[in-house]
Every structure is written in structure tokens, then in C-alpha cells.
Design a protein around this ligand. Structure first.
Ligand code: GLY
Length: 562
């Protein structure tokens, strides 16, 4: 794994107040008319203003997406992709897949050398690392179907932020400084996100080229990005580094509406993202795997709770490695993976006395089968329409390559494919045929934007960045609310742990377990590895008092309501 993945987490950790995550916050403020929770305060304010002007949750989401592309360049984007889970106030749900796709010239072994070995960093830090971006098509499609306000009014706030500039936070300054060396190396002659000397908290970031690109999107909609000047600039950028994205790839990109996955957990209806995200399938598998156990009685992060969740996570991630991929290219056995009998059988090998070694867990046997940096936002409006969107460039600042003249960063989402069966990607995830590279195929994701209902009414909107840890962070945040009675801010703040089958270890946020629990787990054979902050969950809970938000203190995340 590249070391640069570890550094931002380390930076974030240094910036955290020491008391963070230990404090039980006051009950979150409640709002009746709408709420936005996202990764950067200026973008949250933009979303709030749209809601106040009578925009609905989708309008606010479009404005937040473009504003995050300006204010949170680590992951907010127009050069990446994502997923939206939507629930209307009358209970209809839908999902939108605006995941990047492999260029039409991509091929299975494109990241292997002549000996068949994966070439380090080729799928991460080169022009060939980028999939065809989906975010602009996704926003345009979502707005065409559900939006109320004028498109141009939703893009304009981002243009203003890019042109007039905004003050960067302490965390942003640290991340820009951390990325500067790679940005300089990968963008010779360009000055994007670079400064003479170090960035400081409160510096103004102005992005004129990005403002011009956003103006084209404002005026021409999706064509402002996928045709004309911007598409030509993307292709010209590709040609500087043997990149594969062509004009046709840009023009042919389409966001796709997909049928939501619907599950149940103890009477709560769970509306989740289907493939090509693994998030929804894996989340529902995890919930099924633990549902019959008395988690509430065992308590938050007790040894039994952690052990059970880890064993479920181990099995579900093993399945992910084999069965999940783009459903337009690979028959994903969703029904079998989500059958209660299957998940009960998977958990039957679990032994309370000792950890199940991952080496003894293969992906489940299904009849007929052979074989950090992202961002999330949650929005609700006055009517009760809800949007959960997770969107990404993959790594922090994506490939770190800017499209010259257009001022935006390209994703390095191609690393989410399995470059070679069994060889881990940036997140340590392994895969095989289901997630092999093919032209125009979407790479498997872990993004897990999710909406929950209780008694037919909206209950919770939740999601997070965090690569492979996304699924387990959303899973644990839901349990924190439903099983452990935490308010939504506490549920977001609470320390998280993670197991992904391989490597066979439980990573846990520092001080996430008391010494006794830790010892008990170690004695049973669990390898426990401490880590810095994991994920940045942004969630909204519907309570009798109104909407309450949980904005993750691990980042600059902010909540705004009215
Ligand atoms: N790029 C991270 C994910 O989609 O899972």
C-alpha cells in the first residue's frame, strides 16, 4: 500500500482535539425544515441556502456536490463519480449510479508488466489511473428527474466560491501542504493548489480555471462537461501521459438509475445502493449476520459485540472479493448473498472461544458460481425528501493530476478494479473475475450511502468516506443508533473498528477498546492493530423533535439546519 494513504490520516489525527470522541455531546439541535451535513462548512451553508430558497433535497445535493468540488478538493469533485440513494417524502426510493467507468480502450492486464506483475502506482498516479468521470452526469440526471429549482442557480454558488475564493481550514492547509510535492511532480508547469511557501489556515483559495469550467456546466448542463472545451481539455490532458479517455468516452458516459436494495433490520427498512457498489449488499449481509444476537444487552464495543461484528465482517468481505462487480458485466448473485439462510450458514462456523482464521474462510460457496479519500453528504428537506450521496476521486486528490485549463482533478478510480486476481489494491482489497478490468465497465466500490425507515417514515440518512472501511463504519453507526441508543452525533463520534477478511487483523481507532475488552479479544486470537481516525460519517436522524445531524469531528464536517 502506498504510504501517502497513511499520511493524511496521521495529519488529521494531529489536528484532533485530544478530548475528541471521549466527550458525550449535548443532544444535537433539532430542525423542522431541512438539514445538510457534509464535509466542509462553506458547502453545507450553500446547501442550507438552497433549502431556504425552496429547493428540495436533490436541489441542495446538486449545489453541495459542486461546492464540495471547490472547497474540498481532496474528494469533492467533478472529475470523479459516486452514488445517490434517494427517498421521496411519500416513501418512493430510487438509486443513481454515477460511478466512473473504464475507458473503452482499457483492458484486463493494463497494469501488469511483461512478467505479469502489477506495476506499482500505475493504477494510482498516472493518466491511465482515471476512469471516465460520472459526477456531472449524475448531478444533471438527478436534477432532471427530481430537481425543482433552476440548474444554473444550483451551480452558481460553486462558481462564486471558486472565483472569489474561500478561507481554507487548518486541516485543509495541512492536506494541501502534504500533497504539494506529488501535485508539483505530476503537473509540471501547472500551479493548481500550489503556493509559494506553505498553506496556512485562513489563506484564500481562488480557482479561476475551475470557475470557468463550472460556468460551462452551468450554461450547458452535462454537455458543458462531456462535450466541447472541457471534454477536449480532458483528452488533451490524457495525451500528455498515455491516458485512455477519449472524446467518445466522454460523450457516451451515462449515469444509470438502479433498483435500490431493500433490507430489514429489527423492523427498520434499509434502503441501500446496489452493485456496482458492494456497499449495499455487504451492509445488508452484515445486518443479517448479527440480527439475532442481543447486541443491545452486550453494549457498545463490548468484547461480544466486537467479536460478533468482526466475524461477520470477515465473512462478508470474503464474499465481496469473489462475487461483487459491475452487474452490467458480471452476474452478481445478489439474491443468494442476501438470503437469510445463506448468511446464517456463513456464521455457523463462528466459534466464541477463538477467532476464525481468515485463511480458513473462503468466499461462500454459491450454486452456479465458479469461481481515504471519498466524501459523503446527507440532506433532508422540509417535505421529508432525503438524499444520501457518497462521491469520490478514490485517493486523496485522486490521481493528483489536474486537467490543464479546466482546473479540476482527475480520479484514480481504476485502482478499485482488481488489477490481478488476489493482488490487493490501495485499500488492501482483493478481487478476481467479477471485478476484472473490461472496457466501459464500472469498478467495484465500497461506497454505502444508505437511508433507513421506521414504520413507513424516514428514520436515518447515513454514509461516509473511508475506502474499504466505509461499509463497516456505516454498519456500526447504524448499530450505535438502533442497538446502543446513541444520539446521531454520538453515533458518528464513536470509535470504530474494522475487519476485511484480508489482512487478518482488526484495525481499531486508538483508545476504541478498554484494556479488559482488548485483552479478552487478544486471548481469543484476534490481532488488534491501532489506527488513526477512520471515516467521516455524516448522518441525519429524524426524531420527534425534528431533524438532528451528526457531522464527523474527524474532519471539518459541518451540519446546517433551519
Ligand atoms: N474509491 C473507493 C470506493 O469507491 O470504494
Amino acid at each position: 500500500m502506498k504510504s501517502f494513504k497513511i499520511i493524511p490520516a496521521f495529519i488529521s489525527m494531529l489536528l484532533l482535539p485530544a478530548f475528541m470522541l471521549q466527550v458525550k455531546a449535548q443532544a444535537p439541535a433539532s430542525y423542522k425544515n431541512g438539514m445538510v451535513v457534509c464535509a466542509y462548512p462553506d458547502a453545507a451553508k450553500v446547501g442550507l441556502e438552497i433549502l431556504k430558497k425552496g429547493g428540495n433535497a436533490v436541489d441542495a445535493a446538486v449545489a453541495v456536490q459542486f461546492s464540495l468540488a471547490v472547497t474540498f478538493p481532496e474528494a469533492g469533485n467533478i472529475g470523479g463519480g459516486g452514488f445517490m440513494v434517494y427517498r421521496s417524502s411519500n416513501g418512493l426510493s430510487n438509486t443513481l449510479d454515477f460511478r466512473e467507468k473504464a475507458p473503452s480502450k482499457a483492458y484486463e492486464n493494463m497494469y501488469l508488466d511483461k512478467n505479469g506483475n502489477v506495476i506499482p502506482d500505475k493504477s494510482l498516479a498516472t493518466h491511465q489511473a482515471s476512469g471516465v468521470p460520472g459526477s456531472v452526469a449524475g448531478m444533471y440526471e438527478a436534477h432532471s428527474k427530481y430537481g425543482k429549482l433552476k440548474w444554473s442557480d444550483l451551480v452558481q454558488p460553486a462558481i462564486d466560491l471558486a472565483r472569489k475564493g474561500f478561507k481554507i481550514s487548518k486541516r485543509a492547509a495541512a492536506e494541501f501542504n502534504w500533497a504539494a510535492k506529488d501535485i508539483r511532480k505530476l503537473n509540471p508547469g501547472k500551479h493548481y493548489l500550489l503556493k509559494d511557501g506553505n498553506w496556512q489556515e485562513g489563506d484564500l483559495l481562488v480557482q479561476e480555471d475551475l470557475a470557468k469550467t463550472l460556468e460551462l456546466i452551468r450554461d450547458r448542463g452535462r454537455d458543458g462537461f462531456y462535450k466541447g472545451t472541457v471534454a477536449a481539455e480532458v483528452v488533451a490532458e490524457m495525451q500528455k501521459g498515455d491516458g485512455l479517455i477519449s472524446l467518445e468516452d466522454m460523450q457516451n458516459y451515462r449515469a444509470v438509475w438502479r433498483k435500490p436494495l431493500i433490507g430489514n433490520y429489527k423492523g427498520y427498512k434499509v434502503i441501500a445502493m446496489p452493485p456496482p457498489s458492494s456497499g449495499g449488499v455487504a451492509l445488508l449481509q452484515l445486518l443479517q449476520s448479527v440480527e439475532k444476537y442481543p447486541l443491545h444487552r452486550w453494549g457498545f464495543n463490548s468484547d461480544s459485540t466486537v467479536q460478533l461484528a468482526v466475524e461477520a465482517e470477515r465473512r462478508v468481505y470474503a464474499d465481496r472479493s469473489k462475487y461483487l462487480g459491475d452487474p452490467d458485466f458480471f452476474k452478481v448473485p445478489v439474491d443468494t448473498l442476501l438470503s437469510p439462510a445463506y448468511n446464517a450458514a456463513r456464521m455457523s462456523s463462528f466459534n466464541w472461544d477463538k477467532a476464525t482464521p481468515s485463511a480458513s474462510i473462503a468466499p461462500g460457496s454459491l450454486p452456479g458460481y465458479e469461481s481515504d479519500q471519498t466524501t459523503h453528504y446527507s440532506i433532508v428537506d422540509a417535505e421529508g425528501n432525503a438524499v444520501a450521496i457518497t462521491t469520490t476521486l478514490n485517493d486523496s486528490f485522486g490521481s493528483k493530476i489536474f486537467v490543464d485549463g479546466a482546473g479540476f482533478l482527475l480520479n484514480n478510480e481504476m485502482d478499485d478494479f482488481s488489477s490481478k486476481p488476489g493482488v490487493p489494491n490501495m485499500f488492501g482489497l482483493v478481487g478476481g473475475k467479477a471485478n476484472s478490468i473490461q472496457p466501459n465497465k464500472r469498478m467495484l466500490s465500497s461506497m454505502t450511502p444508505t437511508i433507513l425507515e421506521k414504520d413507513g417514515k424516514l428514520f436515518m440518512v447515513v454514509g461516509t468516506p473511508g475506502g474499504s472501511t466505509i461499509i463497516t463504519s456505516v454498519f456500526q453507526t447504524i448499530l450505535n443508533v438502533i442497538e446502543f441508543g446513541q444520539d446521531v452525533q454520538q453515533a458518528v463520534n464513536s470509535k470504530r473498528f474494522h475487519h476485511q477478511w484480508l489482512p487478518d487483523e482488526v484495525t481499531i481507532e486508538r483508545n476504541g477498546l478498554d484494556a479488559d475488552t482488548r485483552n479478552k479479544l487478544k486471548q481469543k486470537g484476534y490481532k488488534i492493530v491501532d489506527r488513526g481516525p477512520s471515516g467521516r460519517v455524516d448522518a441525519i436522524l429524524v426524531t420527534p423533535a425534528g431533524y438532528q445531524g451528526g457531522a464527523d469531528p474527524r474532519g471539518d464536517d459541518a451540519k446546517e439546519g433551519f
